[in-house]
Design a protein around this ligand. Structure first.
Ligand SMILES: NC(=O)c1ccc[n+]([C@@H]2O[C@H](COP(=O)([O-])OP(=O)(O)OC[C@H]3O[C@@H](n4cnc5c(N)ncnc54)[C@H](O)[C@@H]3O)[C@@H](O)[C@H]2O)c1
Length: 337
């Protein structure tokens, strides 16, 4: 049995514990160190991971523990500076989504990984969601024909009582859930994004340091299709997770969370008669993400999530902001790093 790889986590809040569990469940990565500023959270994590060493300074942790892999699970605006420091300290890095709050930071992270000759990946676990995998197999089967218009939306209103409600820390209303929904549509489209337009709304008298109340962006793909992502703290209805319109069929999916759920496909028989099909979700397997990390570290297998693909999400989110400042005019995307 070869020695286990040394794992570390920076930020052991809401989702950091899950990273620790998945890291350990690989059987090939040992969680040796955890850093968090919050004492209560460190104590809670120490009960779960008694063999790990605990730190309040990630700089000290990285220099003492020399982890092979470090997961950065902090507020969004800290992803880039912490990830770059960890790469420079010699660790491979997993950073939570969204990769960064500014596209230039995402590019700097990729450059830092290349310079340090270390691997960088982003925790886009939602590429392993059962509903996404089912929708993807419907789209790739060709039953919808050519894609025309894609929509993905969710209602979400983060409170300023946490960092998520503050623009500087979170990046804005689109950066949390929007990182997942943009990622979904980029994969469905399988075509380069030509331009992005964005629209944001703030309630009158709202604090400009808080995230917006509503945000929407539209991507125009080289294929001719469009992709719209809306994150709303104003909408009181139940938006669809997906509405994917193709030349021969339409796919819709509600926000079900159980893998026993089904999405719907509206199409027509060869004779023209309308047909509606239900397609069961595939199995959601987030552990596959960490198993891939272990495969990558131990056997050199390619990463499931390339940093370039995650940076493209940030490129789109930032372009939406630029478009909004220009009155919603479509803006071309900067070139990929
Ligand atoms: N992929 C997913 O499904 C998913 C789900 C939830 C959250 N997330 C992402 O995970 C990240 C964290 O979200 P969360 O809900 O766990 O937030 P959280 O606020 O619960 O946890 C963040 C932790 O980071 C710690 N922290 C902040 N600054 C630090 C520093 N300088 N050094 C060490 N620790 C520091 C905080 O003390 C806190 O415990 C975000 O990027 C979020 O978008 C992803």
């Amino acid at each position: 049995m070869t020695e286990k790889k040394r794992g570390a986590i920076i930020g052991i809040g809401g989702i950091g514990m899950w990273h620790g569990e998945m890291m350990q469940a690989t059987g090939r990565i040992q969680l040796v160190a955890v850093c968090d500023l919050n004492e209560a959270l460190r104590e809670k994590a120490a009960a779960k991971f008694p063999d790990a060493a605990f730190y309040t300074s990630y700089r000290e942790m990285l220099s003492r523990e020399k982890p092979d892999i470090t997961a950065v699970v902090t507020p969004h605006n800290l992803h880039a500076p912490i990830a770059i420091h960890a790469l420079q300290a010699g660790s491979n890095v997993i950073v939570e989504k969204p990769m960064a709050t500014r596209y230039e930071d995402a590019v700097a992270m990729i450059r830092a990984a290349r310079r340090a000759r270390r691997s960088l990946t982003v925790f886009h676990n939602r590429r392993l969601d059962g509903w996404y995998l089912a929708a993807m197999s419907v789209i790739r089967s060709g039953i919808l024909g050519d894609l025309v218009e894609m929509h993905s939306a969710i209602n979400y209103k983060p409170s300023p009582a946490t960092w998520r409600g503050w623009k500087e820390a979170s990046g804005g209303i689109l950066f949390d859930w929007g990182a997942h929904l943009v990622d979904y549509l980029l994969h469905f489209a399988r075509s380069p994004v030509r331009s992005v337009s964005g629209f944001f709304y703030r309630a009158r008298r709202s604090n400009p340091a808080h995230v917006e109340d509503h945000g929407s962006l539209q991507m125009k793909f080289a294929s001719g299709a469009t992709g719209t992502v809306t994150i709303s703290g104003a909408d009181r209805s139940a938006p669809l997770r997906y509405r994917i319109v193709g030349t021969r069929g339409t796919l819709t999916d509600e926000w079900n969370w159980s893998d026993d759920s089904k999405l719907k496909v509206f199409t027509a028989m060869p004779g023209g008669e309308q047909a509606t099909m239900e397609v069961k979700y595939a199995r959601t397997q987030p552990q596959k993400y960490y198993d891939n990390i272990a495969d990558h570290l131990c056997e050199g297998k390619p990463l499931l999530v390339s940093p370039e693909s995650a940076a493209m999400v940030i490129n789109v989110l930032c372009a939406a902001e630029r478009s909004h400042l220009k009155g919603g005019a479509p803006v071309p995307l900067s070139r990929a790093p």
